[in-house]
Design a protein around this ligand. Structure first.
Ligand SMILES: Cc1cc2nc3c(=O)[nH]c(=O)nc-3n(C[C@H](O)[C@H](O)[C@H](O)COP(=O)(O)OP(=O)(O)OC[C@H]3O[C@@H](n4cnc5c(N)ncnc54)[C@H](O)[C@@H]3O)c2cc1C
Length: 457
């Protein structure tokens, strides 16, 4: 680690090589891959980032870019230099319907600044404590994605430090190939240091209908209906098991469940214009309207905080998280989800959940977010919290679910747990594979960014 002192003299930010700083960056939310960096760099400027990359290239060191470290397969871990982007978190006042910020900023800070002004980002992820750079680099899916695509789709311009240490501005009209490479580029093509983001006017309140379905077919039909007539602003559904005891499977007694499907359908509300259920739920085939929740829109954006607090209190947050998320063609959803649920022991998702997020196929156009060519899509995620001793048993099951999703025309979402070999990376990018490899060669010619994660050769 002789290099840390030399690099510290070349940048205005910090270079930390004490054991505690390195240990703090040795794991991610997945807690499956562990890599302790030789040094943690907290840049003060984009110029610092450029100096770090050039330094790394000169000394044959490798760099991983890290936001809040909530990805799950070592995407944000490094053996050499760990670039901790949370030191770049400036947020100047928004102008018109856009905001420009540094990318180590957490979405929560952005939301807190925007809401009093009556604005919000069109798409927010469930967890607001992740960084702008971290989600732009995976895409950023949320409960408004069915309409507005991903956070990467709502990014208008970026400042990027390339793998050669050049600082380049890129947008749809300038250096477009770099703009298209870094959005959903999983930290493989450049460091996004600044982003210009689209905003939308937000109504101050919300009403959510908590609907429960006992039949996946009916849920799927209704989701298509409510997306077609744009009846709600936000849509999120789950698969929830009701354990039924044990049954014999191939001579062995195994726990099994009856699955139910909650759907939370939310509208933004101005003044006292909250819609009546008879108006909004007409023609839908749910089993039960369980609850109607009203509140301020900021409470809606942070609605998962309480769940995450519960997971933390119960210790689930510290377990391993081999999350398996994918985007399915609508046509495969019923069969795929039914089969996965049939084979999933209900206790396997304790401390987590199973998500169903519908979308229009054309809502996103970010080129590196791989998704099926289908008019309608379904985001599906098995998000368990697994105690270390059970990992060995859980990973093969999740690997099977991952392989099956790809066999049925789906694409994996790259922030989760990935056990891709070179052939699977090639399958993932399909016809775009050659273009991805060419972009990698162009923007990271020395393979400085987290080599070995994306196997392009
Ligand atoms: C509880 C929880 C809920 C979640 N909910 C959602 C959800 O609703 N929707 C969703 O889409 N995801 C969700 N995720 C996944 C999470 O949003 C992604 O893993 C996201 O990438 C994490 O952001 P981060 O700041 O922690 O990035 P990190 O995990 O630190 O990094 C993620 C990737 O981005 C790269 N990267 C980070 N910063 C930059 C940068 N400035 N420039 C270039 N590359 C960079 C890294 O190298 C890495 O490849 C959730 C995760 C958790 C733990």
């Amino acid at each position: 680690m002789g290099w840390t002192g030399e690099l510290a003299r070349q940048i205005s930010g910090q270079v930390l090589d004490d054991d505690a700083s390195r240990e703090a960056m040795a794991a991610d939310f997945g807690r499956i891959v562990m890599r302790k960096p030789e040094g943690v760099v907290r840049p003060a400027t984009a110029e610092d980032v450029a100096r770090v990359i050039k330094f790394a290239n000169r000394h044959s060191l490798k760099v991983s870019i890290r936001g809040a470290g909530h990805s799950q397969s070592g995407q944000s871990l490094s053996d050499h230099i760990l670039l901790d982007m949370t030191s770049l978190a400036e947020l100047p006042p928004p102008t018109d319907e856009t905001v420009v910020c540094q990318t180590g900023l957490k979405w929560r800070a952005l939301v807190e600044k925007l809401l009093p002004l009556g604005f919000s980002p069109p798409v927010l992820t469930n967890n607001l404590d992740v960084t702008v750079g971290g989600t732009l680099s995976t895409a950023g899916l949320g409960v408004a994605s069915w309409r507005y695509g991903t956070q990467a789709d709502n990014c208008l311009e970026v400042e990027v430090v390339t793998g050669e240490g050049e600082i380049v501005r890129s947008s749809p009209s300038a250096n477009r190939d770099l703009f298209d490479a870094v959005r959903a580029g999983v930290g493989q093509f450049g460091v996004i240091t600044e982003a210009k983001l689209k905003l939308r006017r937000t109504k101050p309140n919300f009403r959510t209908f908590f609907l429960l379905y006992d039949d996946l077919t009916l849920l799927l039909d209704d989701l298509k209906t409510v997306m077609t007539d744009a009846r709600f602003d936000y849509l999120e559904a789950w698969c929830t098991p009701v354990p039924q005891g044990f049954k014999k499977v191939a001579g062995e007694r195994q726990p099994f469940a009856q699955w139910f499907f909650p759907l939370h359908a939310t509208v933004e509300v101005e003044g006292d214009s909250a819609p009546h259920p008879s108006e909004k739920l007409q023609g839908l085939n749910f089993y039960k309207l369980v609850h109607t929740e009203d509140g301020e829109i900021g409470e809606f954006f942070a609605r998962l905080d309480d769940l995450f607090t519960l997971w933390k209190r119960a210790g689930f947050w510290d377990f391993a998280h081999p999350w398996m998320e994918c985007i399915l063609p609508w046509e495969s959803t019923l069969l795929y989800v039914s089969q996965v649920l049939q084979n999933l022991p209900p206790q396997a998702i304790a401390g987590g959940h199973i998500l169903l997020w519908p979308a229009r196929g054309k809502a996103s156009s970010a080129p590196l977010l791989m998704r099926p060519e289908s008019e309608w899509l379904m985001g599906f995620g098995i998000l368990p919290a697994v105690p270390a001793p059970r990992l060995e048993e859980a990973l093969p099951r999740l690997a099977l679910a991952s392989q099956a999703s790809m066999l049925m025309g789906g694409k994996r979402y790259l922030s989760g747990w990935l056990d891709f070999d070179a052939a699977t990376w090639k399958l993932h990018y399909g016809e775009h594979w050659a273009a991805v490899a060419a972009l990698k060669k162009k923007f990271d010619p020395h393979d400085v960014f987290n080599p070995g994660f994306m196997k392009t050769t």
